[in-house]
Design a protein around this ligand. Structure first.
Ligand SMILES: C[S@@+](CC[C@H](N)C(=O)[O-])C[C@H]1O[C@@H](n2cnc3c(N)ncnc32)[C@H](O)[C@@H]1O
Length: 250
């Protein structure tokens, strides 16, 4: 995206200066083969300049999301969108909500871009960012600007020595809470019981968040389609835990 997508004069202090945000995970992702097919590369070169954003400089200013989408609408950030199956289905079901899909995995983003290319006539409410979601939240998203944050099946890092790599932990949840509008929704789902407990504890301990039941009326949909991770989890008998909070008002 061009300079029109940047916003200037943000007076907000860097949130990493705040005590609760000093221990953000730096590598919650694995490096994966990211080669694109010829068709994906052609689509990437054609669509990425308009729909995508990458390379986040440390001095980046928050995005002008309204200019990027060309309208004013509630904004949802989906962290770790993978190949974007949920992203596409949920954006198609909610055309009045703008969705920013973030991943470090280029081939996943390319799959989403190709799917969008085929669905362009119906789905205009998705933009993509390639980068670490911690950097995206810290540098590209203004405080109190999001109606929702979705984190579906974050990498579970099952070994104890790797738990510090898990994306959802107190520091990232505090950063997410800071970026949500009052009434905005944090929606996480995982099939890993230990990670589910850790996320539940961290979310419940965050003073700006308040847990809600899946049936509660909310400003954005929490109806998630079944992804390949979920299908795999169901086959192995793992239950999926759905965790939803809203940012408290006032
Ligand atoms: C297990 S996959 C789940 C994909 C998708 N949400 C789904 O349900 O099918 C986790 C994804 O999160 C991405 N990821 C992990 N940590 C990330 C980070 N810090 N920033 C951006 N993406 C991240 C990985 O690259 C991977 O694509």
């Amino acid at each position: 995206m061009g300079h029109h997508g940047r916003m200037h004069a943000q007076s907000e202090a860097d949130p990493s200066d705040r005590p609760e945000q000093r221990h953000l995970p730096t590598t919650s992702f694995r490096s994966r083969r990211s080669a694109l097919s010829d068709a994906q590369r052609e689509t990437w070169e054609r669509l990425w300049p308009e729909l995508g954003y990458s390379e986040i400089p440390r001095d980046a200013q928050p995005l002008d999301i309204r200019a990027w989408f060309g309208r004013e609408a509630p904004v949802v950030l989906e962290i770790g969108c993978g190949s974007g199956l949920s992203t596409l289905a949920m954006a198609r079901d909610e055309p009045d909500v703008d969705v920013i899909a973030v991943d470090v995995y280029r081939r996943g983003l390319a799959q989403l871009l190709s799917a969008l290319d085929k669905a362009t006539a119906q789905v205009r409410n998705i933009r993509l960012i390639r980068g670490n979601a911690v950097d995206v939240l810290q540098h590209l998203i203004a405080p109190e600007s999001l109606s929702g944050v979705r984190v579906f099946f974050p990498d579970p890092w099952p070994k104890a020595r790797h738990h510090k790599r898990r994306f959802l932990q107190p520091a990232t949840i505090a950063l997410i809470a800071d970026r949500l509008l009052a009434g905005g929704v944090l929606h996480a789902a995982t099939d890993h019981p230990g990670y589910a407990e850790q996320i539940a504890r961290a979310g419940d301990a965050e003073p700006r968040l308040c847990r809600v039941d899946p049936g509660t009326p909310l400003p954005i949909s929490v109806a998630r389609p079944t992804t390949k991770y979920e299908t795999k989890a169901q086959r192995t008998g793992s239950a999926v835990t759905e965790l939803i909070w809203t940012r408290r008002r006032g």
